[in-house]
Design a protein around this ligand. Structure first.
Ligand SMILES: Nc1ccn([C@@H]2O[C@H](COP(=O)(O)OP(=O)(O)OP(=O)(O)O)[C@@H](O)[C@H]2O)c(=O)n1
Ligand SMILES: C[C@](O)(CO)[C@H](O)COP(=O)(O)O
Length: 242
């Protein structure tokens, strides 16, 4: 039995889909998932976080066709025994995730989706997101927006400034009750919808998403400056651990 806030429940079977099949086009030539930090490739940090988590039972990794052999070699080298499938992604993040969904075990009760290029995810965030998914059926890690956000037209003229107190930067993991996710994914596929995150497939069906506590350090490696930030955080954590 597992307990949070004095609520006991059976730990569910959780499958993690790790989309890592993107082209890193905003990284100006850096192959971000294989970029090494302290001699370890970025993708290994991400996979290791899920390998280490008691809340995760299996991992489905989705990669570029040309990366399959290298990824398989890394999985063996780093003994990532929870990785049950390594398969090819699609032309969008959603298509890659849905390709991974095909390989998720039928016994999976919850499905966690986490970007392969978010290597700083913590055990606490993974645990909190799974527990919140059990409670709310759908959740995503998020942090409050810290800049003022404006909506502008195609000429760059501001149309409005949303109330910042209601704005969040959504991260991953995004975790869902498995059948809910499967139904939403099928509906999105049928409708030809392609969303930038997984939650929107559930929102489209009227489902509510709970925002779980993320972390400003749970950075998505998108542009070269993100790599410098992630490297600095890893070095800081290394020093803290002594
Ligand atoms: N067709 C795609 C596109 C993205 N991803 C993955 O989804 C995560 C988030 O995507 P993003 O940060 O946008 O990575 P890229 O798509 O590689 O970057 P860009 O958009 O700059 O090309 C990454 O781990 C990426 O590898 C994927 O599996 N398949
Ligand atoms: C899923 C995501 O990380 C949530 O913030 C984000 O939407 C991915 O966007 P990207 O353009 O595929 O990096």
């Amino acid at each position: 039995m597992w307990k949070k806030n004095q609520v006991e429940f059976e730990k569910p079977y959780v499958s993690a889909i790790i989309p890592a099949a993107g082209s890193a086009s905003r990284m100006q030539g850096i192959d971000k998932l294989f970029e090494e930090i302290l001699d370890i490739p970025v993708i290994i940090y991400t996979l290791s976080a899920f390998q280490q988590s008691d809340w995760i039972d299996e991992i489905v990794l989705v990669v570029r066709q040309g990366d399959i052999a290298d990824m398989m070699a890394l999985i063996k080298e780093f003994e990532l025994t929870k990785v049950k499938s390594v398969l090819c992604g699609g032309s969008s993040r959603q298509q890659s995730v849905l390709a991974g969904l095909e390989a998720v075990s039928a016994q999976a009760e919850y499905i966690a989706v986490h970007d392969g290029d978010r290597p700083l995810v913590t055990q606490q965030i993974i645990a909190d997101c799974v527990i919140d998914a059990v409670r709310y059926q759908a959740c995503a890690a998020a942090v409050p927006v810290i800049n003022t956000i404006k909506i502008a037209d195609e000429d760059g003229l501001v149309e409005c400034t949303p109330d910042r107190s209601k704005l969040y930067m959504v991260q991953t993991p995004q975790v869902f009750q498995a059948q809910l996710y499967r139904d939403a994914a099928a509906a999105a596929k049928d409708a030809g919808e392609d969303y930038t995150d997984d939650c929107q497939m559930i929102e489209k069906l009227g489902g509510r998403i709970h925002l779980s506590k993320g972390d400003y350090e749970n950075i998505k490696l998108t542009t070269p400056v993100d790599l410098l930030t992630v490297q600095a955080i890893f070095l800081m954590r290394e020093e803290e651990q002594g």
